[in-house]
Design a protein around this ligand. Structure first.
Ligand code: HAM
Length: 434
């Protein structure tokens, strides 16, 4: 057993698995940048008060936050999500609206680790701040939908709800509170006590006791004010017009407090219910103001990379073999000169994927390494070749064969010959290109 182990709930992502991450981030970037969203990268830690503002009554903030005092005596939290940071930036910089951005990176939640549930996990996140247009809800929701489709996922369900706004939610909340109060004794132990804090949270509780009580609870959707109803209807029509199927889920309140109006979640049917939410989000029309900015609507979602990969495994798509970068050529040099240094550099400068052996290994060991590397071709410089300023070129996958599958070309022609044999343009990731 090694002395040091990775912390509970974290993962080491190694090649070739990591190429699936690369592919996924690239696919997300292609999807959202085509719709005008630009990349924003922020700090992984923030003033703890920022997150307390967005989720005081949520488990994410109350129970799962990694918070600590730094050496300067500041109360810091590792970010449990990205939206709060992006809204902070918006309030600070006031960019022109709609401000359409996306982000990628790790988040931290002190969860009970299990498959698909980690203490450090990666999200791809998208936010559009500054427009209340329901067509923007449709744009955002459809980008998520298209992203999953582009990965090859087919068994994804979109759940849709509206949580109303400041005009209609308070009355609904009171209605729900008094309904739940009548059933207080039947709720789970935690919610018996915390019912009055935020009754909406109970709709999200997975404890069978709460699920049974809330099955017949009043639905926000039946108590929307006219503008919220019109907004929701328009979102539905927009999704219909794009042919994006959805299921209405009146219990979808989401795990953070800032949502208003449209909320949605993408569920992978191929995964177990406990972690089949592969993405989710919604409108947060009050959040910018809550953080000290002018009243400004916003909407966004985040998807969990690890969970999407589990869904890809379950559906048999996005295998690492399909997306891992493949070497074009491997340089073998047993003449002892600088050929490996210069040839490899020339190949790479020409846009080819090239690797080589190190440590002056024997010809046999180098050729074995070339075979193992997965490269299509080997360029070989032995003493004879070095003396005549030539290199031998060998097809490692048994393609075009000269003498024993190998022929020589002048060093000056080597790059062109490699290109010709590969029949290709400069190398790029095989399936997912940016
Ligand atoms: P969230 O639902 O808390 O929303 O997280 C979004 C996604 O992150 C989840 O659907 C799931 O795929 C993934 N995820 C969450 N927790 C974990 C975990 N412990 N392990 C693995 N994956 C996880 C938000 O974070 C909001 N900020 C989304 C948003 C953006 N709303 C508006 N804009």
């Amino acid at each position: 057993m090694p002395e040091f182990q990775r912390p509970t709930g974290t993962q080491d992502i190694l090649p070739p698995e990591s190429s699936r991450w690369d592919a996924m981030v690239a696919r997300f970037a292609v999807t959202v940048e085509a719709a005008g969203y630009g990349l924003v990268l922020g700090p992984l830690f923030e003033d703890v008060a920022l997150f307390q503002r967005v989720g005081e009554s949520t488990d994410v903030v109350r129970k799962q936050m990694y918070d600590f005092e730094d050496k300067g005596g500041r109360r810091i939290a590792l970010r449990p999500e990205v939206t709060a940071s992006i809204v902070r930036v918006y309030v600070d910089k006031r960019p022109t609206t709609p401000w359409k951005v996306w982000s990628v990176g790790p988040n931290f939640r002190y969860e009970s680790p299990q498959a698909g549930r980690y203490r450090q996990f990666y999200q791809l996140d998208i936010e559009a701040i500054g427009s209340a247009d329901p067509d923007l809800d449709v744009e955002i929701i459809s980008l998520g939908w298209n992203f999953y489709a582009a990965l090859g996922l087919r068994q994804v369900t979109l759940l849709l709800n509206s949580l109303g706004d400041g005009a209609c939610r308070p009355a609904y909340r009171e209605l729900l509170r008094s309904y739940l109060d009548e059933h207080r004794g039947e709720l789970c132990d935690e919610h018996k006590v915390r019912l009055d804090e935020n009754p909406l949270r109970i709709l999200d509780c997975k404890d069978p006791a709460c699920v049974a009580v809330t099955a017949n609870a009043p639905r926000q959707l039946d108590h929307l004010c006219e503008p919220c109803q019109a907004h929701f209807d328009r979102v539905r029509r927009g999704l219909d017009s794009l042919g994006i199927p959805y299921q209405i889920d009146s219990r979808l309140v989401r795990g953070l407090d800032y949502y208003t109006r449209t909320t949605f979640e993408y569920v992978a049917l191929a995964l177990d219910a406990a972690q089949n939410a592969i993405g989710g989000g919604g409108r947060y029309d009050g959040l910018v103001e809550e953080m000290g900015g002018p009243p400004t609507p916003g909407i966004g979602f985040a998807v969990g990379i690890e969970r999407i990969l589990l869904a890809c495994d379950a559906e048999g798509v996005l295998a690492s073999a399909d997306v891992a970068p493949v070497l074009d050529v491997f340089v073998v040099d047993f003449a002892g000169g600088e050929s490996a240094v210069t040839l490899t550099a020339e190949l790479r400068a020409a846009g080819l994927r090239a690797d080589r052996a190190f440590d002056g290994r024997s010809p046999r060991a180098q050729l074995k390494a070339a075979d193992r590397s997965g490269a299509r071709l080997a360029l070989i410089v032995g003493p004879d070749e070095a003396a005549s300023d030539r290199v031998a070129i060998k097809d490692l996958r048994g393609g075009e064969a000269g003498e024993a599958g190998q022929e020589t070309v002048t060093k000056a022609d080597a790059v062109a010959e490699v290109r010709r044999r590969l029949g290709k343009r400069p190398a790029s990731a095989p399936n997912v290109t940016k």
